[in-house]
Design a protein around this ligand. Structure first.
Ligand code: SF4
Length: 221
């Protein structure tokens, strides 16, 4: 590992330790992992084998291999991507809100220990607020922001525009949001807007229901 990479890792570890302390003060469970392999093991250890499991769209969960792991190892999954129609997909998303365990990534965490989440449809933020017995959030340390304002700025001007590029790459027609053209948020009301709900989770109730895994490696958006 070169000196630059080592310095980034050491600084990120300090930031993660500080954020974990703050998350725990707000009754979240929180864990540090050095890399995605550790994060995968940690996430698996937090999921009882008998649990039903669902998840919100998450590049980070794909990156650490968790979604493919649970699909390939006999877990009871509610997988909206297996739906045969838009109606069935929506029904599965509704059922996912009563899964035992719900998996998602965080696109922004304020260092003071607050999860800040932007959502288009709303199933991810719904699951964070209420429903699944256990919620596992995986985030790389570059998602930690110095305060709530910078977390919201990250969501609007980094995470959502990147996510829009991902979605738009599979479409023939223009996506139609300002960020798809400029790379920055234009605070739109476009049909394809992916920013409907902005939720701050400043306490975890009941204690330990939300488990946050911070990974010292760049993952997702
Ligand atoms: S332009 Fe619209 S879709 Fe893009 S980040 Fe802003 S609110 Fe979200």
């Amino acid at each position: 590992m070169g000196i630059t990479e080592k310095s980034i890792k050491l600084r990120n570890k300090l930031l993660a330790e500080r954020t974990i302390k703050n998350l725990k003060s707000r009754k979240f469970d929180a864990y540090y992992c050095e890399n995605k392999e550790e994060a995968l093991k940690m996430a698996i250890s937090l999921i009882p084998k008998e649990d039903s499991i669902s998840w919100g769209g998450s590049m980070t969960m794909e990156d650490i291999g968790l979604i493919s792991y649970i699909k390939e190892n006999g877990y009871n999954v509610i997988d909206r991507d297996s739906a045969k129609s838009p109606q069935e997909r929506m029904e599965m998303m509704r059922k996912g809100l009563l899964a035992d365990t719900f998996l998602l990534s965080a696109n922004a965490i304020a260092e003071e220990g607050i999860l800040v989440t932007m959502d288009g449809v709303g199933n991810r933020v719904a699951a964070i607020c209420f429903g699944p017995k256990s919620v596992i959030v995986v985030a790389s340390i570059n998602k930690i922001c110095s305060n709530i304002d910078s977390a919201i700025d990250r969501l609007k001007n980094v995470a959502s525009p990147m996510n829009v590029q991902r979605i738009a790459s599979g479409m023939d027609a223009p996506f139609g949001t300002p960020c798809s053209v400029t790379g920055l948020c234009g605070d739109c009301k476009a049909d394809n807007c992916i920013c409907s709900h902005l939720v701050q989770t400043r306490m975890c109730k009941p204690q330990g229901r939300i488990k946050v895994i911070l990974v010292n490696e760049d993952l997702g958006f």
